[in-house]
Design a protein around this ligand. Sequence first.
Ligand code: GAR
Length: 216
Amino acid sequence: MSYRVAVLVSGSGSNLQALLTAQVCGELGAEVVLVVSDRADAYGLQRALQHNVAAAFVPLQRPRHMATRTAWEQRLAAVISAFTPDLVVLSGFMRVLSAAFLTRFPGQVINQHPALLPDDGGDMVCTSDGRVIPTLRGAHVVADALRLGLTVTGCTIHYATPLVDNGPVLARVEVPILPDDTPESLHERIKVEERRMIVEVVRDLAQQSAARQERR
Ligand code: GAR
């Protein structure tokens, strides 16, 4: 049985593309069965369609209105559930998902974050050369790393929890910050690592799932 993956995107979806390309090359060990976006113009939806993968647009009209948001999350969860995924990847999905959503997919939702996150969920991260830098969370962490004058940042894949950008870490890679970096140049170098990392993580999780099923 194939390991089924749903990918949620809000933008370009270059990480999604890495997954789709690995799948086409037979290197993923998993099948992307659905791509969902909260934005009609997210290019990730086009990437899905180009690969004959189902694509769904689930709009959120009034993000600050609690009842609207709850109803949106329920629609989102219903669409995803219909595709019975083993794994849900938040891949540049720029919405925070509540505990109610996450409990629909227990231990199945992972998030890509373009900065280093610590194992202990704290406010500081140790780098490989022993430096201690602040944990960057939120939607502007690439610019934040530059603004704070850091010389190293990176990317992390972790299990999603109701706490934003916080949860058990699956993989993490450091990326040096160069003196002439702009947010764009830095983010692009981070994404190079992210694209490699997401393929590895999905492949590993698919293999672990297959091994568990064999033991049953
Ligand atoms: C990635 O850098 C991902 O870590 C980040 O959005 C980018 C998506 O790139 N996610 C977040 O910032 C989530 N808060 P892509 O659309 O080219 O795959």
